[in-house]
Design a protein around this ligand. Structure first.
Ligand SMILES: [Zn+2]
Length: 65
């Protein structure tokens, strides 16, 4: 069963990178798409994934010490 590209938030989002994400979503096949989904279920190149994946600066400092 094909994955519905329109179901991803990035399909409609207005972030600068969304054009690229949509282009990729439209052109990739389902197995490729599945291999590039984040744990949250969004394509890894979507702006939403990047926002969620940001680590607070204080944590990064502590980890590097
Ligand atoms: Zn997006």
């Amino acid at each position: 069963m094909p994955i519905a590209r329109e179901a991803f938030p990035c399909w409609k989002c207005a972030q600068p990178g969304a054009d690229e994400a949509r282009h990729w979503l439209a052109g990739c096949d389902d197995s490729d798409l599945e291999s590039k989904l984040s744990p949250g279920g969004n394509p890894i190149m979507c702006c939403k994934v990047r926002v969620v994946g940001v680590v607070p600066a204080s944590d990064t400092t502590r980890a590097a010490t």
